[in-house]
Design a binder for this molecule. Structure first.
Ligand code: P6P
Length: 334
């Protein structure tokens, strides 16, 4: 009896299979993705125990965003940094939790640079609501020994990989290296991520609308017109669109990617600024959305084309099926 029939494709097998499409690959990208899987398992183990070992709740610190740092945030941040540092694949990394970049010592520095949000959705931690890690991967551009923030201050279009790990009813890692978007579910018994959704295509109809409606007073006028168009698709005959909003971008995005949904977090007209961070929230998810046949915009242009000037730069975000993202852009420009 063939053993192979007894279990699915693991993350490492899938990543190595992908590597086969790149004859010039030296294996660092594959090793990096595998190590990101290791970090995801370590963080997942902590998330699953948070309430039991009292690591939810705030540490009393505040991060560069001015948000109170939850203990699990700190653990996720430290875990991601240490695993990536030891991977030998990363030269410099940026984290939502760190004011400045972390430069890896030359003897361990590798060919890639990574930006990540170690634990997105922190305000949901002590309510046991889904949270997640988001990551973006670029090839380093700096010469050996000179890695710096400049390696990361580049448009999302230059990414070579991106993904997230959502710690929800199960722990799911989704990544893309540019050809397909694939999802893996962690099997707690074996500690392996197994392929559960291959070559995900984002459904082209918006069935789910996901946003914080209470921000309505702060929206620019085009947003109300946009929402009226989408909600107007529901009539006496049929409800075509429903609403789901978790408040953890990574969980809202994963549901929308799989079921066909649109998420938006428009800029605040009082400041002209968005809330979500471009480098490690909007860009990686925009990368996945485009590979899966969807789109992402800040209203004026594709998220992946927005210049990245600072590590913690914020952006407005509309992400989901292409035709509704294009509708948002038309209304934004009108
Ligand atoms: P608001 C979580 O803190 C986060 O960064 C995203 O995951 C989420 O979509 C957004 O902020 C929620 O923000 O203003 O609706 O609470």
């Amino acid at each position: 009896m063939s053993l192979a029939a007894d279990f699915g494709v693991t993350l490492t097998q899938h990543v190595l299979g992908n590597q086969g499409h790149h004859p010039e690959a030296r294996g660092q990208f594959s090793a990096l993705l595998t190590q990101i899987g290791v970090a995801g398992k370590l963080i997942s183990a902590q998330v699953r125990r948070a309430g039991l070992i009292e690591i939810w709740g705030a540490t009393g610190d505040t991060n560069v965003q001015g948000e109170s740092v939850q203990k699990l945030d700190q653990i996720a941040n430290d875990t991601f940094i240490e695993v990536l540092r030891r991977s030998g694949c990363v030269a410099v990394m940026a984290s939502e939790e760190m004011d400045d970049v972390v430069v890896v010592e030359p003897e361990l520095a590798g060919d890639y640079v990574v930006a990540f949000d170690p634990l997105d959705g922190s305000s949901n931690i002590d309510a046991s609501v889904s949270i997640g890690t988001i990551f973006a991967i670029y090839p380093r551009t700096s010469p050996r020994g000179e890695a710096s923030a400049a390696d990361l201050l580049r448009p999302g279009r230059e990414m070579v990989g991106a993904g997230y790990i959502v710690y929800g009813s199960s722990t799911v890692l989704t990544y893309s290296a540019g050809e397909t978007v694939d999802s893996f579910t962690l099997d707690p018994a074996s500690g392996e991520f197994f392929l559960t959704r291959a070559d995900i295509q984002m459904p082209q109809r918006t069935r789910v609308l996901s946003l914080n409606e209470c921000n309505g007073p702060y929206w620019e006028p085009w947003v109300d017109a946009f929402l009226a168009d989408i909600k107007g698709r529901n009539d006496a005959e049929k409800r075509r669109v429903t609403s789901r909003h978790i408040g953890s971008l990574v969980a809202d995005f994963h549901r929308n990617l799989v079921k066909g949904g649109l998420f938006l977090y428009p800029v605040d007209k009082r400041t002209g600024r968005g809330k979500l961070r471009l480098l490690y929230e909007c860009n990686p998810l925009a990368f996945l959305a485009e590979v899966a046949g969807g789109a992402a915009t800040d209203g004026g242009r594709a998220i992946l084309d927005v210049p990245v000037d600072t590590l913690h730069q914020r952006s407005g975000l509309v992400i989901g099926p292409s035709e509704d993202v294009q509708l948002a852009e038309r209304l934004y420009r009108a």
